[in-house]
Design a binder for this molecule. Structure first.
Ligand code: NAP
Length: 248
C-alpha cells in the first residue's frame, strides 16, 4: 500500500523547489494534497493539475504563511475542502542574506516573519483539529544553517534555529495527544534559493560535503514521507539531518 494512502497533507510554499517535490512525492504515495503558493501564481495553478493527474485530490491556495489571520482561514478552508488534516509541512521560506554589519532591520524582520512566524501561524491553527482527531504529524523545514550558523545569514540562521526550539516544544506539548512534531534540516539542496549563492560559496559547500554533491529536492521529500507516514509513529521532537554527511 502507498505510504500515505488515506492521509490529507498541507504543504506551504509548494510552487517551487523543495515544497513542490514534497507535494508531488506525497501525491505519488497516495496522499490528498493541499498546498500553498504566494507570488508564483501560474506555477501554483499548474501544480494543482499535475497532482490531480496522479489520481489524488489536490488543491492549491494562494495564501501568505506569514499572515496570522490568513493562516487561520487557510486551515479552516482546507478542513472544509478535505474533511480533515493529518499532516502539516511548514516549508515556505526566504533568504535576505548579508553580513550583520550591512543587514537592515527590514531584512531581519522579513526573514523572521516569513520563516519563523509562519510556522507558529500554521501550527497553531492546525493543532486544534489534530488534537481533536488525536492524530497528526507536523514537519518543519529548518536548515543545517540553523544548527551550526553561517556567515552572511544571521537572520536566516536565527529563524531556522527558532524553528528547532519551536518544534521540540510543540512535540512536548502535544505528544500525549498523539500529535507529532519533527523538523528536517537540509544541507545544500539544488533549488532557486541556492541558485542565488555565489559560485565561490557553492564550491566551498561542495568541497565540504562528504558525498561531494548538493542534494535534490526529492531527497528531502523522501525524508518528509517517512515523518508524515505511520513508519515514524513513535518519533517526535527530532531534527532529521539530510545533508550528504556533513557533520554539525
Ligand atoms: P525556494 O525554491 O526559494 O522556494 C520557496 C517557496 O516558498 C516558494 O514556493 C515560495 O512561493 C514559498 N514562499 C515564500 N514566501 C512565502 C509566504 N510568505 N507564504 C507562502 N509561501 C511562501 O526555496 P527551497 O530551496 O525550495 O526551500 C524550501 C524550504 O527549505 C525553506 O524553508 C528553506 O529555508 C529550506 N531549506 C532549503 C535549503 C536549500 O538548500 N535549498 C536548505 C535548507 C533549508 P512563491 O514563489 O509562490 O511565493
Amino acid at each position: 500500500m502507498p505510504l500515505l494512502q488515506g492521509k490529507v497533507a498541507l504543504v506551504t510554499g509548494a510552487s517551487r523547489g523543495i515544497g513542490r517535490a514534497i507535494a508531488t512525492r506525497f501525491a505519488q504515495e497516495g496522499a490528498s494534497v493541499a498546498f500553498t503558493y504566494l507570488s508564483s501564481v501560474e506555477k501554483g495553478q499548474a501544480l494543482e493539475a499535475e497532482l490531480a493527474a496522479l489520481g489524488v485530490k489536490a488543491k492549491g491556495y494562494r495564501s501568505d504563511a506569514s499572515d496570522y489571520k490568513a493562516a487561520e482561514e487557510l486551515i479552516t478552508q482546507v478542513i472544509a475542502d478535505f474533511g480533515t488534516l493529518d499532516v502539516l509541512v511548514n516549508n515556505a521560506g526566504i533568504t535576505r542574506d548579508g553580513l550583520l554589519m550591512r543587514m537592515t532591520e527590514e531584512a531581519w524582520d522579513e526573514v523572521i516573519r516569513v520563516n519563523l512566524k509562519s510556522v507558529f501561524n500554521l501550527t497553531k491553527a492546525a493543532t486544534r483539529p489534530m488534537m481533536k482527531a488525536k492524530s497528526g504529524s507536523i514537519i518543519n523545514l529548518t536548515s543545517i544553517v540553523g544548527v551550526r550558523g553561517n556567515a552572511g545569514q544571521a537572520n536566516y540562521a536565527a529563524s531556522k534555529a527558532g524553528i528547532i526550539g519551536f518544534t521540540k516544544s510543540v512535540a512536548l506539548e502535544l505528544a500525549s495527544r498523539n500529535v507529532r512534531s519533527n523538523a528536517i534540516a537540509p544541507g545544500f539542496i539544488i533549488t532557486e534559493m541556492t541558485g542565488e549563492v555565489s559560485e565561490k560559496a557553492v564550491e566551498e559547500w561542495m568541497n565540504s560535503i562528504p558525498m561531494k554533491r548538493g542534494g535534490q529536492p526529492e531527497e528531502i521529500a523522501d525524508a518528509c514521507i517517512f515523518l508524515a507516514s505511520d513508519m515514524s509513529k513513535y518519533i517526535t521532537g527530532q531534527v532529521l539531518q539530510v545533508n550528504g554527511g556533513l557533520l554539525t
